[in-house]
Write a protein that binds this ligand. Structure first.
Ligand code: HEM
Length: 493
């Protein structure tokens, strides 16, 4: 009996302490914050699935940005500090990176779970080793060699659209769906060297590609942190897929300029296990699949809504790529299209696929808050939330921030570089953890935009509203709902 009472007392005191620590967390640190709900924190609406968490954070960002250098945000039971000054984003991501090496998405490495070997989910030395191991796979030379594979996927994409609109009376297609299928085919071809048949209903790769993102979203919005993240079924699917394609490649003694050939050479050089090879492949497939498809979907959506921008972009494409649609677009031409680059970055500004990143402070540090000498102490253990979505829509950095206006990146205004240098354009993050696949993702999306505009005039279907372009609740990657419909009209020569 005494033991039961003792356990009860210990549990009650621990619980009381945890509640106190949570309620008083920001006050103890003297950090400004909105009043919050004991259970949901400041994220009641997103926790209840009413909207995306980025809108909860945006409310706090807008409210405090002109008054304080940082604000507190309690997401259910987890406290975050939101930096509100661009000088601080730069220090956290770049100049003081050594104090902020890891994100709070980090998972403990489990040898059987391939997601825990993905640099995005790794921390400290394991992250550093894995990142430098995989980086050469995406060098400029390798991308050049891989580009014809991407180009094949692009051609297949426009053939698919042509077939679909011939079958349909409305000529309207679901932009989210076609972008997802294109992206799946393209990244599966460059990663695994396979045709994912993503335009067919029975595509396993598409099925598991979707499933994995659903599972990741579910685990990151869960009240309690779990190391499981992806199910055994998904894990096994990707391990089996990699084993099979490696075996086939070896058996047929095939040479192909794709990421799989890099993975095989890494396996041979480092004697990597099957799990490590599957993890490397899954890093490219997983990180590239959903992000690129979201970027393409939003690009098509914004271009379809604006005739002037569409015409201007098509003019640039025709000028540099010619009228003959069967003449393929070389990689250098694609990379040199200036207005296309502006349209691409303007899309990512308004609709960043990852709408936030986090960093955990691993040593007490003082950050400059602006040009003055004022400093802000960030304590070891604090998790910082970089609100990419809010920064991109901040009227202090972007005039008419909600307007889609690629001209804001005109050369006379300093171009994309000026905004990236200031650390207020962060679709790929920045600093040592900047997106590893930035060049590949960029090529994949730009190539598809060019192909579409060479072949089709596009307009937004009347059934689609701006509401449909909002980020869905409960998602880790910014995804619009499935109601963005775009009309495609074939351009005849
Ligand atoms: C438009 C497409 C893409 C966007 C917008 C995007 C965005 C991002 C962002 C915001 C991060 C987090 C950076 C940070 O924590 O500072 C990231 C990390 C990463 N991305 Fe991408 N990404 C895209 C495509 C790709 C592709 C195609 C690949 C691979 C083939 C890829 C591989 C990675 C990897 C491995 C990381 C983890 C890097 C690290 O932690 O060191 N991404 N990406």
């Amino acid at each position: 009996m005494i033991l039961i009472i003792l356990i009860f007392v210990v549990l009650s005191v621990t619980l009381a302490f945890l509640i106190y620590r949570r309620v008083a967390y920001f006050d103890l640190l003297h950090v400004t914050h909105e009043k919050f709900d004991i259970f949901y924190g400041n994220s009641k609406n997103s926790s209840l699935g009413k909207w995306s968490v980025c809108y909860d954070v945006d409310r706090i960002y807008q409210k405090f940005k002109n008054q304080f250098p940082i604000a507190g945000f309690m997401r259910n039971f987890t406290p975050y500090i939101i930096p509100l000054k661009h000088e601080m984003f730069k220090q956290i991501l770049i100049t003081n990176f050594k104090n902020f090496r890891n994100s709070d998405f980090a998972l403990d490495v489990k040898r059987h779970s391939i997601i825990t070997l993905n640099p995005f989910w790794l921390r400290n030395e394991s992250w550093k080793i894995k990142r430098s191991e995989l980086s050469p796979a995406l060098s400029s030379n390798r991308l050049k060699a891989m580009y014809p594979l991407m180009d094949d996927s692009v051609k297949e994409f426009s053939d698919y659209i042509t077939n679909e609109i011939e079958k349909s009376s409305s000529m309207s297609l679901n932009a989210r769906e076609i972008s997802l299928r294109y992206s799946c085919n393209s990244i599966a071809s460059t990663t695994y060297g396979i045709n994912a048949h993503a335009y067919e209903k029975s595509s396993d790769v598409l099925h598991y590609g979707r499933k994995i993102w659903q599972e990741i979203s579910k685990s990151t919005i869960s009240f309690f942190n779990s190391d499981q993240v992806i199910s055994n079924e998904v894990n096994q699917f990707f391990i089996k897929l990699t084993n099979q394609v490696i075996q086939n490649r070896r058996y047929n003694n095939q040479q192909r300029n794709d990421l799989l050939s890099f993975i095989i050479s890494l396996k041979d050089k480092k004697n990597a296990s099957n799990i490590e090879s599957a993890a490397a492949a899954m890093t490219f497939f997983l990180n590239g699949f959903e992000t690129s498809s979201v970027a393409l979907c939003y690009a098509l959506y914004e271009i379809s809504k604006n005739v002037r921008i569409q015409e201007k972009l098509r003019q640039e494409i025709t000028e540099f790529c010619g009228d003959d649609k069967d003449q393929r677009v070389p990689i250098d031409t694609l990379s040199n299209l200036k207005y296309l680059d502006q349209v691409f970055y303007e899309t990512l500004r308004l609709h960043p696929p990852l709408f936030y990143i986090t960093r955990v402070c691993n040593d007490d540090v003082e950050l400059m808050t602006d040009d003055s000498d004022e400093k802000q102490l960030i304590l070891k253990g604090t998790t910082v939330w970089i609100p990419i979505y809010s920064i991109h829509r901040d009227s202090d950095y972007y005039r008419n921030p909600d307007e889609f206006l690629p001209e804001r990146f005109d050369e006379e205004c300093g171009g994309v570089k000026a905004f990236r240098d200031k650390c207020v354009l962060l679709p790929f993050g920045d600093g040592s953890r900047i997106c590893l696949g930035m060049k590949l993702g960029t090529l994949q999306v730009k190539a598809a935009i060019v192909e579409v505009l060479r072949n089709f005039e596009i307009s937004c279907d009347d059934s689609t509203s701006d509401e449909d372009a909002k980020i869905k609740p409960n998602q880790f990657v910014n995804s619009p709902n499935e109601k963005i419909f775009i009309k495609f009209k074939k351009i005849k020569l």
